[in-house]
Ligand binder design. Structure first.
Ligand SMILES: NC(=O)C1=CN([C@@H]2O[C@H](COP(=O)(O)OP(=O)(O)OC[C@H]3O[C@@H](n4cnc5c(N)ncnc54)[C@H](OP(=O)(O)O)[C@@H]3O)[C@@H](O)[C@H]2O)C=CC1
Ligand SMILES: CC(C)(CO)C(=O)C(=O)O
Length: 341
């Protein structure tokens, strides 16, 4: 059957990805094939169970197709490849390696709805002729068990082109506009075009590099961190000011009130566990390299003092190593026998 719907491959259908798939399907201009992993069996058998502040309650919902492998572009051609996995470049295999089979050079538009800075760089390198779009999301959505999605903070997503100097800026902007069209068509989401991707990403880092990482390290949610003695003034605000200074050094002017705005973005009594805290609680890897490491490297390379971020980064790096050890991904010398003989 002929259909003029855009063909979308969604890679990673957890909290963010499932709601993205839902928005794309309900709009009627996209047909979504979702690549699933740990939730594949549950979703194949029962569909998703979704409790959503934007979409209501859905039981047994599935996108057009659910698969558990990355299809080859030679078998099926996709117009968009939407990546909604956690982005952890320090934990191989890399995202570019994983999605490579499905990317048709010069055709597939790659959309990264993921947190962090410089996430487009490996994409430009691996797929120099493909347009790459940025998705900065302020959603609150989580998979509580396989196939069960709790979406409790409205989907607000800013889409814009990461500019690849090899490609036409006009074509990149047109692709971003088209993605906003198909994503918004259902009318259940707030999806806007934001051509200044750098601004959108640095602004979100004020939240993610600082509040998200400090919540993860302290084990406190965004309500408790505001109540905890000294945490906001002694840690969160200084870190946020360092991000603001690094942003300024790359030409992104963030207003002075952005720090208070991000601290108070959700009501205190929502006691929201941001994503890195969620990952830490589950014993999962965190996205610390893109969320903290990249802005730290960019800022320090430009001479911006970032002492708070430096400490946060190394604490997160050590915890990532701990998780790798727990998962058997690093080997250490056997413990010596130091008992006195
Ligand atoms: N959740 C939120 O509210 C927000 C998240 N973000 C950002 O959005 C991005 C996605 O986050 P989120 O949805 O929370 O993440 P989740 O962990 O909920 O979902 C990621 C999904 O990707 C799947 N996945 C990972 N690797 C593969 C693979 N190789 N093949 C197939 N599936 C794979 C995971 O499967 P498996 O279970 O098998 O690991 C999981 O279902 C992140 O960058 C995050 O920082 C931004 C704003 C808010
Ligand atoms: C700001 C927030 C909570 C989502 O909007 C987020 O980005 C995260 O938890 O990583």
């Amino acid at each position: 059957m002929h259909t003029d719907k855009s063909k979308v491959l969604l890679f990673g259908s957890g909290g963010v990805g499932t709601i993205a798939a839902l928005n794309l399907e309900v709009g009627g201009h996209a047909e979504v094939t979702a690549v699933l992993r740990s939730n594949f069996k549950a979703v194949k058998e029962r569909g998703f169970e979704i409790a959503s502040c934007d979409h209501g309650t859905l039981k047994g919902w599935r996108p057009s197709e659910v698969i558990n492998y990355v299809p080859k572009a030679s078998e099926k051609q996709f117009d968009y490849l939407v990546c909604t996995t956690k982005n952890q470049p320090d934990c191989p295999p890399s995202l570019t390696e994983l999605i490579a089979p499905a990317v048709k050079p010069g055709h597939t538009v790659i959309v990264l709805i993921q947190n962090g800075l410089n996430i487009e760089k490996p994409m430009f390198e691996a797929f120099p002729n493909n347009i790459v779009l940025s998705g900065v999301s302020m959603i609150g959505s989580h998979e509580t068990e396989p196939g069960v999605i709790e979406h409790d903070d409205n989907d607000r997503v800013l889409i814009g082109p990461f500019h690849n100097p090899n490609l036409s800026a006009k074509d990149e902007e047109a692709a971003a506009r088209d993605f906003v069209r198909i994503y918004s068509a259902g009318g259940k989401t707030d999806c806007e075009l934001q051509l200044d991707v750098n601004f959108a990403r640095w602004r979100k880092l004020v939240y993610n590099a600082c509040l998200n990482s400090i919540c993860a390290l302290t084990g406190l949610d965004t309500g408790r961190i505001r109540l905890a003695d000294g945490a906001i003034d002694g840690l969160v605000k200084p870190a946020m000011e360092e991000i603001r200074a690094a942003a300024k050094a790359v030409g992104v002017e963030l207003p002075p009130d952005v720090c208070d705005f991000m601290i108070e973005i959700d009501p205190l009594n929502m006691y929201l566990p941001p994503s890195m805290l969620g990952d830490m609680r589950k014993g999962n890897f965190t996205e610390f390299e893109n969320i903290v490491g990249e802005p730290l490297r960019v800022g320090t390379a430009l001479g911006v003092p970032m002492p708070t971020l430096q400490v946060l980064y190394h604490l997160l790096q050590a915890i990532q190593w701990r998780t790798k050890e727990v998962r058997g991904l690093v080997t250490i010398p056997p413990k010596g026998d130091f008992v006195a003989k």
